[in-house]
Design a protein around this ligand. Structure first.
Ligand code: HEC
Length: 202
């Protein structure tokens, strides 16, 4: 009898594993193929992980010194895009659905001059200081149909830790400016990212 019971338990275990392999696996795979973005039950976007390993496409800088001491974003803007989406853009001139673009801000390193610069062995200038915030855009033509197919999010404009999840930002705060200026280049400032603009091919 005990032997019988053991066989039944083993059989149940095997069936459960088979069902898991058949059902659960493909769902996970489909998600990661589509996008690295995850929306929670409230429709908030979770802060993506691992983006520091994505392709680094550029670092615009708008320091306070050149903006009457009060730039909206006085930090370096480090921009990251996943390799597969960079490749697709270089091929087609458009980003695939699900593309996430992360803009991570870093302050300029401890200024010693009033214009925010400092001197290092390489010369006087600006150097990367501490992390200070994350903005993000994501392409999802259905979900963000009203803003040219892109959603705009911010996970904080301050030192770490950042918010873990964020709600979509209103058009007036984000999308409006991108729509007015870069609607023709998939809502992204391609002109500032040499890898995407000049397509050097390496
Ligand atoms: C007044 C215009 C303006 C507003 C408002 C604006 N942006 Fe941008 N955004 C830019 C410009 C210009 C760049 C590229 C140059 C730079 O980073 O300085 C940029 C770059 C970006 C990038 C990098 C990818 C890309 O499109 O090139 C992201 C991500 C981004 N913005 C998200 C946001 C979010 C989120 C908001 C709202 C919190 C926002 N932006 C508000 C002008 C704007």
């Amino acid at each position: 009898m005990q032997k019988h019971l053991f066989s039944i338990i083993v059989l149940l275990g095997l069936t459960a594993s088979a069902v898991y392999l058949l059902v659960a696996k493909p769902v996970v795979a489909a998600q990661s193929e589509q996008s690295s973005a995850v929306f929670d039950a409230d429709g908030k976007l979770e802060l993506p992980t691992g983006f520091s390993k994505w392709v680094f496409v550029g670092a615009p800088l708008t320091p306070n010194a050149l903006n009457n001491g009060k730039a909206n974003f006085p930090e370096y803007h480090h921009v990251y895009i996943e390799q597969k989406n960079v490749d697709a853009y270089l091929k087609t001139g458009e980003f695939p659905e699900g593309t996430v673009i992360v803009k991570e801000l870093t302050r300029v390193l401890n200024p010693t001059f009033p214009d925010g610069s400092r001197t290092e062995p390489s010369g006087r200038g600006y150097f990367n200081g501490q992390y200070n915030g994350i903005d993000l855009t994501i392409k999802d033509s259905k979900r963000f149909a009203k803003t040219n197919g892109w959603g705009f999010f911010t996970f904080g404009h301050h030192p770490m830790p950042y918010e873990k999840a964020a709600a979509e930002k209103p058009v007036s705060e984000c999308a409006g400016c991108h729509i007015a200026n870069v609607a023709a280049t998939d809502m992204t400032w391609i002109q500032f990212y040499p890898l995407l603009r000049d397509k050097p091919g390496y």
